[in-house]
Design a protein around this ligand. Sequence first.
Ligand SMILES: Cc1ncc(COP(=O)(O)O)c(C=O)c1O
Length: 419
Amino acid sequence: MGIWPLTAQPAHSVGGVRLAEIAEHFGTPAYVLDEEHVRARCREYSKVMAPHEVAYASKAFWCRAMARWVAEEDLSLDVCSDGQLVVASAAKFPADRILLHGNGKTQQELSVALDYGVGRIVVDSAGEAGQLAALAALAGRRQKVLVRVTPGVDAHVHPAVTTGTEDQKFGLSIASGEAAHVARRILRESSLELAGAHCHIGSQISSLDGFETAARRMVAFMAGLGGLPELNLGGGHAVPYRPGDPGLDIAAFAERIAGAVGQECAAHGIAVPRLTVEPGRAIVASAGVTLYRVLTVKRGARTFVVVDGGMSDNPRPALYGSRYHVERVGSPAADHTESMIVVGRHCEAGDVLIPDARLPRDVGPGDLLAVPATGAYHHAMASNYNHFTRPPVIAVRDGRARPLIRRETDEDMLRRDVG
Ligand SMILES: Cc1ncc(COP(=O)(O)O)c(C=O)c1O
């Protein structure tokens, strides 16, 4: 998998639509999303994981159109808030294919999930197990649940996205016995059905080793409960952001994990569970390209290229030190380039989008820049910092461009400002 959308002519067009045309028509900054790429990734995952389950992690990017694409491609769905559930419901996403996550679900969220009839709720604490049991009993339902387990695996990724170790907020520890304790409690609740166990060890993981260790530990944990029908191994599959970055080989993942789970189940004498994976980034990241207009170029000890967006449309460099590739639209991939820093226009020195860009020497005001691999956790993490309005998401397919999410307006912001 590369860094550009499947249908892209890099830094020129996506989905048969010229990037320059999108910028002229919809303005900048703008997120461009390749529908064909998203659908192709869904199909690829379904194929390599069959007969197991693939659930799209909607925190990566979410809107009603995306919900329809995911539903049409027969994937299941991971949501982690009642807000994501609202979108799923508005798009009529089949409730029985939805999993609800969250380390601090509100009572309102649990009630909305029960009302909507979500297939599985992933329980993250003893308190939540009791609360959900009571709510399900009140609603006259028997709710399927998974128990979220901390397998004690360090995926060696950024600390902010490390979620399989003991010293972070998600899940119930196998090592301390808490996971088994809560699982047994769930087994005693008549309004709950323990369907399986879940773990998610982190994000942007390109090596298979951590996934395999986690899978083996999870099977051992499930064997301690006499076996369970489902094992959900979360998401976190890496994608390249810059040329040459490693991505997770999903065919190799499927083969190795299914093999390891099969071996462990045989060793423990339990039936092989149905596996679920929950990729978010790996479905949608490389489907997206962000377009910026250059506002000014400041030359001094270093060359700063100031664009019309920044940390409010892409907080990842500031949050995680994430690195990106950038090209000028319309420039042939780059002879006569020099090292430059692409910065945003927010009132913060840390508003650096790309500290080590290589752009044509003559880059200047009005030029259009394209940053690939920006389909996941970009619009989803965008903010109004400095009262910037959030950019639109423009879907492209078969030579047509259409907005999925319109540009936010000043009126949108003032409407919330009610004091
Ligand atoms: C429980 C769970 N599943 C899936 C994902 C998706 O991760 P990614 O987009 O890295 O695949 C996350 C990300 O935080 C998660 O917490």
